[in-house]
Design a protein around this ligand. Sequence first.
Ligand SMILES: Cc1cc2nc3c(=O)[nH]c(=O)nc-3n(C[C@H](O)[C@H](O)[C@H](O)COP(=O)(O)O)c2cc1C
Length: 156
Amino acid sequence: MNNTLIVYFSLFQNTANLALEIAIQTGGTLRELIPDKNYSFDYNTAAKEARSEISRGFCPKLISGNESIEDYQTIFIGSPNWFKTFAPPVMSFLRQHDFAGKTIIPFCTHGGGGFGQIENDMAKECPKAVFLPGIEANPSVEPEEVTNWLETIGYK
Ligand SMILES: Cc1cc2nc3c(=O)[nH]c(=O)nc-3n(C[C@H](O)[C@H](O)[C@H](O)COP(=O)(O)O)c2cc1C
């Protein structure tokens, strides 16, 4: 079995598209994080909801995506950049699993801010994991860029 997992949260599908490309190229298992209450598709409302949750350190309940990670060694974790960090459903996922000895590879999509603090914040949450350099997209990248990146980090 392929021991690669691609976990992501996405509101407007940009991160979902990148996750899918990574899954296609790695042959890994794709897993979407779905919170019990989804965010508004209206940007301003979503911004209010997200800002409030992030400032409180709120971890929404996941109705999907929180299954065991025991069978996986390499875990790609993706999120949109929300106020320079990852979205709260990703925090829920990170807080509920033990990443000791696993390899984590972050990815994100954004509107110009790149990773922001996403990589640092993930590393803080998972101090016992090994991190490899991630990929960021504004809001998408060509499949060849994903291929090149996977080669650069030694995945392919
Ligand atoms: C609540 C919210 C906060 C955002 N904050 C940032 C930000 O701080 N920096 C940035 O570059 N883009 C920011 N964006 C833009 C998103 O990161 C970007 O549109 C991303 O591709 C959306 O991913 P998705 O389609 O998977 O939801 C924000 C978007 C939303 C909805």
